[in-house]
Design a protein. Structure first.
Length: 577
């Protein structure tokens, strides 16, 4: 329980004034709460002794009403301050998580499931909120209220009666502490199961059309039911432990009340306490039901918060595989690969092997080769999204390890194979590449990407919503919006990673011509399976198993006897052998 308090101590210390006011208001509320039972007990004694007058009754009622109003006001403020603090720490952790998600390299996402990351950003953060809000309120209120009542019971009524009535309490604390540790372990397990189930939901939603086309609805439904049952079973193990807290509290408090009445009757008969004091004592004892029950919930809530905080902190403690790099900036965009070899962090073999090539500013490089030959891996070295391999990748005479990562990427315009679109309008998706672009710049990027004709057919034009991940668009439309998003930046280096695969030959040629005519003096890299997209390139390389096996111009490679020539002949003859 206190482990969680230590973990969020950074937040408590940074908000010292807030929590100081909370404690002060809480202590005032506790003092006010012990006044009504005292009034009740003394009133009973006055009635029993025949000493209660009308004026006394009026004064007691006035004091009673004043105490209730003041207690309500003070309780409101400390509750408000505490829950506001809980929301703020949730907001801080959510912002830190989002920033971490944006900064971590792809290798982190290769070993993490999206559903589990979403669970940490939703369920776990809500649990932390609950532990910081309701958990701390319970800790402060239950402990201070319990201590206040015990001291009042002992000092104002009888220490002997207080001692015997509270004998069952240590047993409750021991049992609840052990239950709390078990809840921590099982809550972590249930949250992991929730993450797996969450990931399955994402897969079902994203692949619903594929599922239907293969008539796998029942199979997917059964698979999801198994995951749901697994989460339910693990969650219910937590709830079963949680269910022990309330009955235990009732048993302990009932035992205390039984002891109180039994021993209290003895003390009344001996004249040690009055009947009013015994009634006041038992009112106080009944008031202990809340702090006792709260302490039971406290172990539960704090251990859940502890488990969830650990899951969140695990992400925040992740170290980026990429080095911070230097502060050098790119100017001319000339680059050289000098015997560069690279292996993915999770890979066993090199994906690139001794790559050597030089490309000057303003030139176009075409990269072709069979599937899995290392074409996209080649590009990822320039994007600096994976740890560097061996050899030297030099840009403008500066090793890429000494270049500022953000400034390098500002020079790049990258269109990936995935064509990721946001669930926003066409305008917003294109302007994402350059939020401060003018309308003229946006329309020029649309023209260069050959999307202008498609735009005219859209119901809302630029304000047409593309749907989740561009679900309402064709593959070719998604590719051209992605190209427009990149071209609007007017990048010094444009990288098209198989970005023309879903457009027809005529549209492809139109885009290529626009790029040739409008990117004079700027570097372009085109990765493709269709040789027609690189006929104009100044240099073409053919990759196979991560190695450059051919290089030259289109004419030079066509006259050779390698893979490029064979592919070119195949397309010229229309696939006839």
């Amino acid at each position: 329980m206190f482990g969680y308090i230590r973990k969020i101590s950074w937040y408590i210390f940074s908000n010292k004034k807030r929590y100081a006011f909370i404690v002060i208001f809480l202590l005032i509320a506790n003092v006010l709460d012990i006044i009504p039972p005292q009034l009740i007990g003394r009133t009973i004694d006055l009635i029993n002794n025949g000493e209660l007058t009308q004026e006394m009754t009026r004064n007691i009622l006035i004091i009673f009403a004043a105490v209730i109003i003041l207690s309500y006001t003070v309780s409101y403020w400390w509750g408000y301050l505490l829950f506001e603090g809980a929301i703020k720490i949730e907001s801080i952790l959510r912002s830190r998580l989002m920033r971490k998600f944006l900064l971590l390299s792809p290798s982190f996402y290769e070993r993490s499931k999206t559903g589990d990351l979403m669970a940490k950003a939703t369920n776990d953060l809500r649990t932390v909120n609950m532990a910081t809000g309701f958990g701390i309120i319970t800790l402060l209120d239950a402990t201070t209220f319990l201590l206040t009542i015990v001291l009042v019971m002992g000092f104002t009524i009888s220490w002997q009666l207080t001692f015997f009535a509270l004998i069952p309490l240590p047993l409750l604390a021991i049992i609840e502490q052990r239950l709390g540790k078990m809840i921590n372990k099982r809550h972590k397990s249930s949250q992991e199961a929730f993450g797996v189930m969450n990931d399955a939901v994402l897969e079902v939603v994203e692949g619903v059309r594929l599922t239907r086309s293969y008539v796998q609805e029942d199979a997917e439904n059964n698979r999801f039911k198994r995951l749901t049952d697994n989460y339910l079973n693990k969650f219910m193990k937590v709830e079963k432990l949680d269910a022990f807290f309330q009955p235990l509290t009732i048993i302990v408090v009932s035992s205390s009340i039984a002891i109180s009445f039994s021993y209290g009757a003895v003390l009344v008969n001996s004249g040690a306490i009055t009947v009013g004091e015994l009634i006041t004592f038992n009112v106080y004892l009944n008031m202990l039901i809340w702090p006792m029950f709260a302490l039971g919930m406290l172990f539960n809530i704090m251990e859940r918060g502890n488990a969830s905080y650990d899951r969140i902190q695990h992400v925040l403690d992740e170290t980026d595989d990429l080095k911070a790099g230097g502060e050098e900036t790119v100017k001319e965009t000339n680059f050289n690969f000098n015997e560069v070899s690279f292996k993915y962090p999770t890979g066993k073999h090199n994906s690139l092997e001794n790559i050597t090539i030089e490309l000057n500013k303003g030139e176009t490089l075409g990269i072709v080769g069979r599937t899995g030959s290392g074409k996209s891996t080649f590009i990822k070295q320039l994007l600096k999204i994976y740890p560097e391999g061996t050899g030297d990748l030099v840009i403008d005479g500066i090793n890429i390890s000494n270049l500022n990562r953000e400034k390098l990427r500002e020079k790049l315009g990258y269109v990936s194979q995935e064509n990721i679109l946001f669930s926003r309008t066409v305008r917003e998706n294109i302007m994402f590449g350059k939020p401060d672009a003018t309308e003229a710049e946006m329309m020029e990027a649309i023209r260069l990407s050959a999307f202008d004709e498609d735009l005219k057919r859209m119901p809302e034009g630029l304000d047409t919503l593309v749907g989740e991940k561009g679900v309402s668009l064709s593959g070719g439309q998604k590719q051209r919006i992605s190209i427009a998003r990149s071209l609007i930046r007017q990048p010094d280096i444009l990288i098209l990673d198989d970005a023309l695969s879903a457009v027809d030959a005529r549209t492809e040629q139109r885009i290529i011509n626009h790029i040739k005519n409008n990117r004079l003096g700027k570097t372009t890299i085109i990765i493709t399976h269709r040789l027609s997209a690189v006929h104009h390139a100044d240099k073409i390389i053919v990759l196979d198993n991560g190695r450059i096996v051919e290089s030259g111009t289109h004419e030079q490679l066509s006259e050779g006897s390698g893979w490029y020539s064979a592919q070119n002949d195949y397309f010229i003859t229309g696939g006839e052998s």
